[in-house]
Design a protein around this ligand. Sequence first.
Ligand code: FES
Ligand SMILES: [Fe+2]
Length: 390
Amino acid sequence: MAMIMKVTPFIPNLQKRQPQNLNFPNKHSSKLICCSLNSSDHVVSQKLAQHFNPNIPIEKAVTPPSSWYTHPSFFHLELDRVFYRGWQAVVCRDDSGNVRAFHNVCRHHASIIASGSGQKSCFVCPYHGWTYGLNGNFVKATRISGMRDFNGNDFGLIPIKVATWGPFVLLNLEKENLSQKEVDSHNLAKEWLGSCSEILSTNGVDSSLSYVCRREYTIQCNWKVFCDNYLDGGYHVPYAHKGLASGLNLDSYSTTLFERVSIQSCEGSSRKSTENNDRLGRKAIYAFIYPNFMINRYGPWMDTNLVLPLGPNKCQVIFDYYLEPSLQVDKDFIEKSLQDSEKVQIEDIVLCEGVQKGLQSPAYSVGRYAPKVEQAMHHFHRLLYENLTT
Ligand code: FES
Ligand SMILES: [Fe+2]
């Protein structure tokens, strides 16, 4: 799958964090964008979008149909409407400094310029060596003597709008033409997080934590299955995560809905002997930022989950872990916490892959919401509907 972008740190110590390649199909070279869908595909996917009624109250509502989770045309509509618009979290940073993002496409013959992560002083295309600065400017190319009407100034890498909030870096593919000044952090917070940005800040989602590590999981399920699983208000926790459940007071689970964010929160268990007590602390908050980014803050930890759609039946979830700096030296605690967290992820992956299989069954079309616990999921589906139909 083509890579679409690379976030490039300007300063060397950002190298500690990995520049993130998003593996979405490439907006500018792929056949998958909406305008290049053939018109019957477009009609089909638009019709499928109408198979959910966002106005029915949760007590009576049915979930979106299984086709939202399995149909290739619908997936392509989502890429166009959901992922190529609005802010996308792409990579986190651990220090101050400028970040830049570019479409990962050479201006010569469209080769992918960079892959993976690394530290460079410039971008050299692996195909014929055209070279670009970290600011995207065209720097040099060999063997172009004789080329006429060519001005290197017009052949820089194509920039992508980039902004930061707290430790996070965000891209917006629809705002390429705005000047950087037009995205100040206040506007960004408003656009990305709406009225809950202060709540997140005051609950410890900020840049004071130290980065620990990244874990990536490729899961055989639609990206929304992972989100839905996250958004069920802890419904599945006592059944599927018995270890985790012992560290939480599940009766305290609550959900608050904001414009494009939902926050689920839960207190830690008061029982002293639970295996997760130190890791989970007294309170956990789980913030879902539409469409595909989750911030989990619990005890001394924060982790973020970025869900990348790779196909109708496949996604990748990237976990980044942060910790209060005073605990960075406690290697045993870190290792044990990461193991406990990994156990939960594996349990979720089994659930999600099972659901994807079920969604493909002719026996299933739509489901129902448990109204007292699955409000955040219903909120997600309503936002998605609005996004896909307007
Ligand atoms: S495609 Fe990049 S140098 Fe030719
Ligand atoms: Fe789970």
